[in-house]
Design a protein around this ligand. Sequence first.
Ligand SMILES: Nc1ncnc2c1ncn2[C@@H]1O[C@H](COP(=O)(O)OP(=O)(O)OP(=O)(O)O)[C@@H](O)[C@H]1O
Ligand SMILES: [Mg+2]
Length: 148
Amino acid sequence: MQITNKFTLTLPARSSNESFARACISAFATQLDPTIEEISDIKTAVSEAVTNCIVHAYKEQVLGKIYITAFLQDNNSIKIKIRDKGCGIANIEQAMEPLYTSVGGERAGLGFAVMESFMDSVKVSSVVGKGTTITMTKKISPRISVNG
Ligand SMILES: Nc1ncnc2c1ncn2[C@@H]1O[C@H](COP(=O)(O)OP(=O)(O)OP(=O)(O)O)[C@@H](O)[C@H]1O
Ligand SMILES: [Mg+2]
């Protein structure tokens, strides 16, 4: 698979940057000529991953950073890596179970389930005390031109 374009973005892990990260990735993905639905799926998945960095990795402190890299690939897919250097996840399988949350109360425990349902693949790698990387890909369907 050839990479045809790439950008990287590093942001402080503050909640005000969640919508900025989402907007950047969606603007970049536009180069693949996605449908509104495909863009909306990507935005939703990015939102969940970035929010997790803010609320879980760094426990809502503003000190940490979120490292985002996005690649466009020649099979018309986008690959997005969202990395933090926060607390890490001890049990990835458990964390990815729908409805599992380590934070009671307002969290539904559905972030990973949402990422998996809106993207074609979601991979999580994590080391406790070092941080977490989420790698997600989505293929954008080819559009048929009505103008010939
Ligand atoms: N970047 C991360 N760093 C550390 N822990 C994480 C990270 N992302 C997720 N987790 C852990 O995985 C659990 C499940 O994440 P998930 O996004 O599915 O649910 P949630 O964030 O708890 O709830 P919701 O996303 O519905 O608000 C979290 O409760 C947290 O314990
Ligand atoms: Mg979440």
